[in-house]
Design a protein around this ligand. Sequence first.
Ligand code: TGC
Ligand code: FAD
Length: 407
Amino acid sequence: FAKFHWEDPLNVENLLTEEEIAIRKTFCLASWKDGVQKACDDDNTCVRVSNVNPIEFDPKVLPEMGKLGLLGSTIQGYGCAGTSQVAYGLIAREIERVDSGYRSTASVQSSLVMHPINEFGTDAQKEKYIPRLAKGEIIGAFGLTEPNHGSDPANMETTAEEIEGGFIINGSKTWISNAPVADVFIIWATCKWDQKIRGFILEKGMKGLETQAIKNKVALRASLTGSIFMDSVRLTHDALLPKSKGLGSPFSCLNSARYGISWGVMGALEDCIDRTREYALERHQFQRPLASFQLVQKKLVDAQTEVTLGLLASLQVGRLKEAGQYSPEMISMVKRNNCGKALQHSRIVLDILGGNACADEYHVGRHAANLQVTNTYEGNFCHFLLLNYDIHTLILGKAMTGIQAFA
Ligand code: TGC
Ligand code: FAD
């Protein structure tokens, strides 16, 4: 028989290319873990990977990712690594093994800002923004969600009006990752001239553009979130992403982000398993290690089984994506399954820590809280409901029955 490795029970590594294995190993971000603990010690909502200023995002995070080639990794040229889709997933998994907030920051930069510029932008826009975004020199945000329109972006109220020399944008966006520190904003607006949704590139400092941080988040604290207000922001024609048209354009960005999240959450659950397994081996009750109790073993085995199946499913979607043979429903399936399973099993293995589940130094509680948001963003985080899970259920339900149940 082959040797059984509990960390990779079905030998997923065997299905990766040598380059992908090298990328995965290069991007094991062990050195960042100390910083994350500091982030969670702080009694505020903002990123803390240093002690310099407890209320400000640490600008070192994205440049560090840029140096490692983590940002926009699948893009060819413009200083990007040009990796496979599977490598992009592996990167998300390694980052989220550290913290979902870091993965979120990276996902937004890569899938929601660099991707639309690359897909829908002009050569000049690509030259201007992508190399700096790849290095993490500038930070991007993606504004789709509005105060009155989250699940139904089709009804957004933000508008673009054509004027001589360009456009005027009016409206507001909320729950936008990276917004409080962003230099570049991909803003989706309904164009008054044909009622189609298109993307526009806005820059920090433009007259009429304001952002505000959303404070006191109870999870995903290592990522900044905020609102964007646009009061007659004047843009020149070159701010339009000319190849964007219709809701399919922002959704194509979400396909990429959701695919990455399906890998990322498996990394977070893997970290929960590593930590609780170690704890169960060391901690004794009834003169025996916790790991010797059948109920404790079952928790670990169930969680590891879900990680393995989830990774295999995402790997298959990644390969199909590389071959141009994927559908958004496939992404909905792995996003829905992996986020749901990661949340469920992180909470179950959290039990193994007993009272220490409450102590931030054990990290599993932080992951479990973050994983709630990975299920819910693109959903109603405050009510702790599984919107993304719900929405992806309905996307798959429509594919199976042909009946649209959203509205
Ligand atoms: P519907 O009529 O189904 O579709 C409208 C048009 O869009 C096309 N389309 C897609 N195209 C590409 N990829 C997809 N996944 C697509 N889904 C739909 C569709 O073919 C159609 O095209 P056309 O040419 O016929 O007009 O749209 P709907 O209004 O009924 O909405 C359906 C629904 C509910 C599934 C959709 O609106 C939805 O997914 N809502 C959730 C909103 C959402 O996910 N927001 C995310 C904001 S970004 C974010 O949260 C980032 S979190 C940070 C991080 O990633 O870490
Ligand atoms: P609502 O749409 O009001 O939904 C509320 C509840 O109603 C949910 O439980 C949902 O399940 C249910 N519901 C709604 N419609 C249906 C239906 N048809 N059938 C069944 N149930 C339904 N957005 C961005 O654009 N960019 C970002 O970078 C970004 N980052 C985020 C980061 C964080 C930390 C969070 C929490 C959110 C972020 N979002 C971002 C916003 C997110 O995408 C929205 O919260 C999401 O689209 C849902 O919108 P909503 O919060 O308005 O919830």
